[in-house]
Write a protein that binds this ligand. Structure first.
Ligand code: ATP
Length: 287
């Protein structure tokens, strides 16, 4: 398998009603930490196979939303369902690519073993056949992200980008129904940004996996995005990029004049304060 091939679904999913139900469903969702309200009244349905980009300035609650969907953080109000059930810790129907944090050089776990942690032992069974199937899945996942060459090295000695590719493989190897990505392209070079985003895209098309993709920079994934959830200081907007990424909508959300400029197939968001915002388009809250 070459680096640009997708990881095929492990086996055809049984004809369950998953195509009829939302992959993610939030109703009247509220999250606050003490007196700090991150968002309230959030209704969101994400369909199987849909690619939802989650945008917003620092501290707007993007990672917290993923934590709610992972069952690591309870809502302060409203309801949440993921893959038809209440999210729970270690739910294998959910793949998660965490925000990049470099692993300590003392971590001796091999890349191959890190990816294997994404597999559910029960589902793959025990015995020789189960072991062979698991090994094959891990090998395919490693190849799909182009990590075969360093699969047997300790992950602590790999570069940030190499570690990130292993995390992507780990999230996909378990054949998830919902894939939660927290800035997965950070620290990847342009070529591997493309490899990883195409991999995620092909995966969701082949297996109808819903993707929630937190990012500060929409442009690398713009062609893949079906809808955007844009969070700013307790306010939010959900819709296709053409509706949300407009001067009118973002000015309303930020409560200040914001210009959205389209240059070829790129979207640039410019704050009223000065052109420096162009370089970090989604960090307007900091300026
Ligand atoms: N467990 C917690 N207890 C109290 N406050 C928290 C907790 N987790 C997050 N926060 C606060 O909630 C706010 C939102 O955090 P979150 O990490 O969800 O934002 P974000 O939109 O992902 O930000 P960034 O773009 O910087 O990653 C931050 O101000 C953060 O300090």
């Amino acid at each position: 398998m070459t680096a640009d091939q997708s990881i095929a679904p492990a086996s055809p999913r049984p004809a369950e009603p998953s195509t009829d139900r939302d992959a993610v469903r939030l109703r009247g969702a509220r999250l606050s930490y003490g007196r700090r309200l991150l968002w309230d009244g959030l209704d969101l349905d994400v369909r199987p196979g849909e690619f939802l980009a989650v945008l917003g300035p620092n501290g707007s609650g993007k990672t917290s939303l993923l934590r709610v969907l992972l069952g690591l953080q309870g809502l302060s109000g409203g309801t949440v369902e993921v893959a038809g059930g209440t999210p729970g810790r270690g739910d294998r129907r959910i793949g998660y690519i965490p925000q990049q944090r470099s692993m300590d050089t003392s971590v001796t776990l091999r890349g191959r073993d890190l990816v294997g942690l994404g597999l559910d032992g029960h589902r793959w069974g025990v015995g020789l056949r189960g072991i062979r199937d698991r090994r094959r899945r891990v090998t395919e996942a490693l190849a799909a992200v182009g990590a075969t060459d360093y699969a047997d090295q300790p992950v602590g000695l790999l570069s940030g980008g190499e570690q990130q590719r292993l995390r992507v493989a780990q999230a996909l190897v378990g054949d998830p129904e919902v894939l939660l990505c927290d800035e997965p392209l950070l620290s990847l070079d342009l070529a591997h940004q493309r490899v990883v985003s195409e991999l995620i895209d092909r995966r969701r098309r082949a297996a109808n996996t819903a993707v929630l993709f937190v990012t500060h920079e929409i442009n690398p994934v713009l062609p893949l995005v079906d809808r955007v959830l844009y969070l700013v200081d307790g306010r939010f907007r959900v819709g296709p990029p053409a509706e949300v990424m407009t001067s009118e909508t973002l000015s309303e959300l930020y409560g200040t004049t914001v210009e959205v400029v389209r240059v070829r197939d790129q979207i640039l968001v410019v704050g009223a304060q000065g052109p420096h915002c162009v370089e970090q388009p989604h960090h307007l809250g900091e300026h």
